[in-house]
Design a protein around this ligand. Structure first.
Ligand SMILES: [Zn+2]
Length: 463
């Protein structure tokens, strides 16, 4: 129960937001620090046009088609033309192939997964379907969105029983495919990869192969998102939240080295991983009237007892996060299709909310298009700690984008969860800010001539 005292301080914080535009959490310095309040980045005309093209009827058709293959279990038939994962793979490949062109290549990425008991009892071919839309000016900078097209029933190794997998995860595959269709007609500045992967339910195998291939090739993956279980807005108690999607973003990086852990402990970077910066970016570009959605960021890698295809990318130190519906219904996931005591179990298309999946697709589209048309995340961002001062010395490398226009230093109170202030420092590679690095967190982001921002890079100390 709130006391009068907590009520009053909450009102004061709310009044402060209303009058200054500076979110709560900045109240320790109020608006006394340098810079202007950070604001969301509104969608431009191109992005609004993309969002309008996202079609819930096409998404519904994709989900129903994928469910019609009976099972898409990773160990199911690879050559039956109508039932099993091979039929699903061939259909996705053919469908994405319709949108292939000189800028967008659609391909199968296959490998033989060696036995990995208990869920891979013998060697099996695993195939990812990937559509790569090559960037016009920064093709080496890559953003990946994926869903998994394999499915399962109650027994994780039963590859014969029906496993429609409408929500888990035809919904996520539908997001990748619908965005591939719409964006294939356009040309982003950086490269976007739309993927449907397999082997997720057997141990994240397809995504792990993809992430490892990228790492081996030295690919500059600046963000990866998996959409997994984004199909329903209804909780198991019947309540609905059709305007929110969760985004799981880890704090302490999965791939952190002991040296990086030492730095994090000493400067307090546990809330400033690349995935957390990405989650802040998503909220800044995808929570607006054009998507009609709120993004609820969850500060953990994934839900209890669960994992997803973002994890293999995190293992390779790529920034990655997971979209998932707000309220899950466990009677509709990983369940044999059956009726028990009058209750229908199973992951059936009838439990999906297709306009909801379309709005999740809009959140993804706003995120990917803004990332791929803005500058890349600044690299080599350092905070100079060679001398003790009450100022802050920041330095970074200049990006290579032809439309790069400059940089902003952002900062926030150490107790705030998102950046509150920005200082436009222009087209430079260092800045001295009259604010002590001991008392706030700093970051650096780039902007282009059209005003698109990059995600924020969190500096590491350099003495
Ligand atoms: Zn899943």
């Amino acid at each position: 129960m709130g006391t009068r005292r907590t009520f009053l301080s909450a009102s004061i914080a709310a009044a402060a937001v209303a009058s200054t535009g500076i979110p709560a959490g900045a109240e320790q310095l109020g608006d006394r620090g340098p810079g202007k309040p950070v604001k969301p980045q509104p969608p431009d005309a191109d992005l609004r046009a993309i969002l309008r093209e996202i079609d819930h009827q096409r998404i519904e058709a994709i989900v129903r088609k994928l469910a019609s293959f009976g099972t898409r279990h990773t160990l199911s038939s690879q050559d039956d033309p109508v039932r099993g994962i091979g039929a699903a793979r061939d259909w996705i490949f053919a469908e994405m192939g319709k949108w292939a062109n000189e800028n967008m290549k659609v391909e199968l990425q296959s490998y033989i997964q060696q036995p990995a008991p208990p869920r891979i009892p013998e060697a099996v071919r695993i195939t990812n379907v990937m559509a790569t839309l090559r960037g016009s000016t920064s093709p080496d900078r890559i953003y990946v969105v994926s869903g998994h097209y394999d499915s399962r029933c109650t027994d994780p190794n039963d590859f014969t029983k029906d496993s429609p997998g409408a929500n888990d995860d035809a919904s996520g595959v539908a997001v990748s495919m619908e965005l591939a269709r719409i964006m294939s007609k356009r040309r982003p500045e950086a490269t976007i990869v739309f993927a449907a992967v397999a082997g997720e339910e057997q141990g994240l195998h397809g995504a792990r192969h993809m992430a490892t291939q990228y790492k081996t090739a030295g690919a500059d993956i600046q963000a990866m998102f998996t959409n997994d279980i984004v199909g329903s807005s209804t909780a198991d108690d019947g309540t609905r939240d059709p305007r929110t999607v969760r985004l799981f973003a880890e704090g302490v990086p999965t791939a952190e080295t002991p040296a990086e852990a030492n730095i994090r402990r000493s400067v307090g970077g546990e809330n400033d991983s690349t995935s957390r910066q990405l989650s802040r970016f998503v909220r800044s570009v995808a929570v607006n009237d054009a998507t009609g959605m709120n993004v609820r960021v969850i500060y953990r890698r994934d839900r209890y007892l669960r994992g997803g295809d973002h994890i293999p990318f995190l293992e390779q130190a790529y920034p990655a996060a997971r979209f998932t519906e707000t309220n899950e219904n466990y009677a509709h996931q990983h369940q044999d299709v059956r009726v028990e005591n009058g209750v229908q179990f199973g992951d059936l298309p009838e439990f999906c909310d297709f306009p909801y999946i379309a709005r999740v697709a809009k959140v993804n589209a706003a995120t990917l298009w803004s990332l791929a048309n803005g500058p890349g995340t600044p690299k080599g961002v350092r905070i100079n700690t060679s001398r003790l001062t009450n100022e802050t010395d920041l330095l970074w490398q200049r990006g290579t984008e032809p439309d790069l226009a400059g940089y902003e230093v952002v900062w926030r109170e150490t107790t705030a969860n998102d950046w509150t202030h920005y200082i436009d420092v222009g087209d430079v590679t260092k800045a001295v800010i009259d604010l002590s690095k001991d008392n706030v967190f700093f970051g650096v982001r780039a902007y282009d001539k059209a005003g698109h921002r990059s995600p924020v890079a969190f500096p590491t100390p350099q003495s």
